[in-house]
Design a protein around this ligand. Structure first.
Ligand SMILES: NC(=O)c1ccc[n+]([C@@H]2O[C@H](COP(=O)([O-])OP(=O)(O)OC[C@H]3O[C@@H](n4cnc5c(N)ncnc54)[C@H](OP(=O)(O)O)[C@@H]3O)[C@@H](O)[C@H]2O)c1
Length: 397
């Protein structure tokens, strides 16, 4: 059987572009995916073609892959089927729109955009051009996430009434980031909310919203509190979401999503402090341990006394392969993928099947999540510069 090959173009050469691209080089058969292949055919850097070529070498792309010194050249490459947008969130709207206007399918890093208005415009453009567009919330495509959602939809923990979800990183921002760093720089849409809080919201939404029948998915109301860092970006944000639900489905559900730089749900790095996520039903709960973006451990605890722990390691080429991936200085064990290939596989499946959106988070859900974050920023007076909030395309950033 001939395999469907998805030909990737990588837009930007920073930290996550590196992790994602390395995962693309892992043979899908190592995760029992036997009908698709990924190929990196090009990368572009806004700094220079030489940087793009160095990047391709570093991530193990085929020697035929082309390095471009501008994003426009990448978009014009006829050999590219889909572009992975890996710039800071401030740039996602302009970069993704450039790709869509140029007729390319897009996988765009989280947070999808700076605000919901931009997300809507991208969704409209993808529809108009009949292109695939997906927010790269990789965690949604993990086998662990599928397992948790199955636990919920099977009714094992009863009707789900509440989810607590935290992604905080236990880092002193003054030591870790200078004020121009994208994590704290408002010019790059910095702050905990858009960068980390999106994962706390991911768990709240995939357990209280996505697992509901489609016709019953209703946008939540939100109350929130946000603490600002001296740059004006947020360093700690707490959100209380109420999801309206019919009595038959269990009545309203509550989601508590929290994020912060300075604290962590896992102070000793061994899970001793308990789970980062608790999904609570009227027959028990399913817990997920830190980190919310790349979790590997769950615990099911039922009213009837059942306790089941599960561990999910990421597949990959295995020990002795010399393959290493990770993010920044955090390296995974030899042979273990980072886990970004699951979302890449979803892009291939979608394009093979003619679907235009991701299966486990469609554009409508990405938009509702952006609306939630808009509301949190509005309630707490957190704004970004107009040039990164605008929907005007093109805008020079
Ligand atoms: N899924 C995940 O686990 C995960 C993890 C980390 C980050 N992310 C997301 O991925 C995106 C990028 O994060 P990152 O950590 O990879 O950032 P990064 O290391 O700073 O890389 C961003 C890249 O974007 C390009 N860029 C273009 N204009 C830029 C500007 N004005 N300032 C800075 N960079 C600019 C640069 O590449 P060129 O010079 O080559 O153009 C730069 O290397 C963010 O939206 C973030 O939320 C996702």
């Amino acid at each position: 059987m001939s395999k469907f090959t998805l030909r990737w173009g990588i837009l930007a050469t920073g930290g996550i572009a590196e992790s994602f691209s390395r995962d693309l080089t892992v043979n899908p058969e190592t995760r029992n995916v036997n009908d698709i292949k990924h190929e990196i055919v090009a990368a572009a850097s806004s700094s220079s073609a030489d940087r793009a070529s160095q990047f391709l070498k570093k991530v193990g792309a085929p020697s035929s892959a082309k390095g471009y010194g501008s994003y426009e050249e990448l978009v014009a490459d006829k050999d590219v089927d889909i572009i992975y947008v890996a710039t800071p969130h401030s740039h996602h709207y302009q970069n993704a729109m450039l790709c869509l206007e140029g007729g390319k399918n897009v996988l765009c890093e989280k947070a999808f955009t700076v605000n919901a208005a931009q997300a809507k415009k991208l969704a409209e453009k993808a529809k108009e051009k009949n292109l695939f567009l997906m927010e790269a919330v990789w965690t949604r495509y993990f086998p662990l996430s599928i397992y948790v959602r199955d636990i919920i939809t099977s009714g094992k923990i009863g009707k789900v009434h509440r989810t607590f979800a935290d992604l905080s990183i236990g880092t002193l921002p003054e030591d870790a980031f200078d004020n121009s760093h994208r994590m704290v720089n408002p010019d790059l849409a910095g702050g905990a909310l858009l960068d980390l809080g999106i994962y706390a919201l991911t768990w709240v939404f995939q357990t209280l919203y996505h697992t509901q029948p489609e016709s019953a998915r209703k946008a939540p109301t939100v109350v929130s509190s946000l603490k600002k860092y001296p740059t004006g970006a947020d360093e700690m944000t707490t959100m209380l979401l109420t999801f309206p639900r019919s009595e038959e489905l269990g009545g309203d559900a509550h989601g508590i999503a929290t994020t912060a730089f300075r604290t962590t749900p896992d102070p000793d790095g061994k899970g001793s402090a308990g789970p980062a996520i608790r999904v609570q039903g009227d027959k028990g709960e399913i817990q997920v341990f830190h980190p919310a973006f790349r979790p590997s451990k769950t615990k099911l605890v039922l009213f009837d006394g059942t306790v089941e722990e599960k561990t999910f390691t990421q597949p990959g080429p295995g020990k002795g392969s010399g393959f290493y991936n990770g993010f920044g200085d955090d390296k995974n064990p030899e042979g273990e993928g980072h886990g970004m290939f699951w979302e890449a596989d979803e892009c291939a499946f979608a394009l093979k099947e003619g679907r235009k959106e991701g299966k486990y988070e469609g554009l409508q859900e990405s938009i509702v999540i952006m609306e939630t974050m808009d509301e949190v920023r509005k309630q707490n007076g957190m704004t970004y510069p107009e040039k990164i909030e605008t929907t005007k395309f093109p805008t020079q950033l």
